[in-house]
Design a protein around this ligand. Structure first.
Ligand SMILES: [Zn+2]
Length: 335
């Protein structure tokens, strides 16, 4: 099965650490971005990590987070099936308020990994909450990512006005005491739209955190959130300092919006009635001479454009991450 579990994901991260590449972790809330990603990753021979945030689950479920999570997970697992790569699902920024849903995702194997975000809490409480999730995951093979430090900006249902950089000594204590499989660190990236040239990116800090963890025998992959505004050279530098997972949400949201905007602007005359024509949406213009053009208003028309553009941008980002040609497919087929 192309949907692969946490055990296989752990192997993928080990390979990334050993060979110096990373995975872009791509948020999905709807099929068009997912299909564009699947096509790009299969073409590049890279394994694909998709993420579902609580906000995306709520949106996909029409307000019902649980229904949305289950249906998005099923969508990914079903659509991934024919692609010759490993596809992993991560829960992104789930919090202490969602422990029941986290448990269900584990019990029903809806995901490969889970991020528990208790980074807004004080150090001890962050450890307690994160450790609860790690203990629950024991025996399921599902990996747990926890976060230490605060990442500035707004993402989904999480927002922080200030950046709080992760301290290397605390990072080691945190990983040791929580048992987390991955550690998200704060080194100056921002959630949302940001400009890499304006960020106070502390690459030195990423290196110190990695070194401090290695000293303690805690060689966990490091995760960077809020990477949508990073320049390619900043991405490469961060990967060089042990970052194995770079979260991308905002970038694809922009690609989606931009593509739809251009498509509808170019085809407005087939959708919006010209002046002088009665705006009779309720009767689909059946009383007058003017008719809208189904070739351009059918959601599949703009959807195809969005998929193609996501695929194009994903191919660029796969190159940045260095994951092209690194799929574990052979191992998957061998078992
Ligand atoms: Zn994030």
């Amino acid at each position: 099965m192309p949907f692969c579990d946490g055990v296989r994901l752990k192997t993928a991260y080990c390979k990334a650490q050993a060979e110096g590449f990373a995975f872009m972790a791509n948020n999905v809330a709807a099929p068009n971005i997912l299909i564009g990603l699947l096509e790009a990753y299969a073409e590049a021979d890279s394994d694909l990590l998709v993420q579902i945030s609580p906000g995306a689950a709520k949106f996909a479920g029409g307000g019902d987070k649980r229904a949305g999570l289950r249906s998005l997970s099923a969508l990914v697992r079903e659509l991934a099936d024919p692609y010759p790569i490993c596809v992993f699902i991560n829960l992104d920024h789930f919090t202490a308020g969602e422990l029941e849903l986290i448990a269900e995702a584990m019990d029903d194997r809806l995901v490969s990994s889970i991020m528990i975000d208790a980074s807004q809490e004080a150090f001890e409480e962050n450890i307690r909450v994160s450790r609860t999730v790690v203990e629950k995951a024991r025996g399921t093979g599902i990996l747990v990512e926890a976060e230490l430090g605060k990442i500035k900006g707004v993402e989904d249902e999480i927002s922080s006005d200030e950046a709080l950089y992760t301290a290397p000594d605390e990072a080691a204590e945190f990983v040791e005491r929580t048992g987390a499989d991955l550690l998200a660190i704060s080194v100056g990236t921002q959630h949302g739209v940001s400009k890499g040239r304006d960020l106070e990116l502390r690459v030195d800090l990423a290196a110190r955190i990695r070194d401090r963890l290695t000293e303690s025998g805690l060689n966990v992959p490091l995760v960077l959130h809020g990477t949508s505004g990073l320049l390619p050279e900043q991405v490469r530098e961060m990967i060089g300092y042990g970052i194995c997972k770079l979260n991308k949400d905002t970038h694809y949201q922009y690609v989606y919006g931009r593509t739809a905007c251009e498509f509808f602007a170019a085809h407005a005359e087939g959708i919006i009635p010209p002046s002088g024509v009665e705006d009779d949406v309720a009767n689909l213009f059946a009383r007058g001479d003017w008719s809208p053009d189904k070739k351009v208003f059918d959601p599949r028309a703009v959807g195809k454009e969005i998929r193609a553009k996501v695929r194009e941008i994903a191919l660029v980002l796969i190159e940045q991450a260095g994951s092209a040609g690194k799929t574990l497919r052979e191992q998957r087929e061998g078992h």
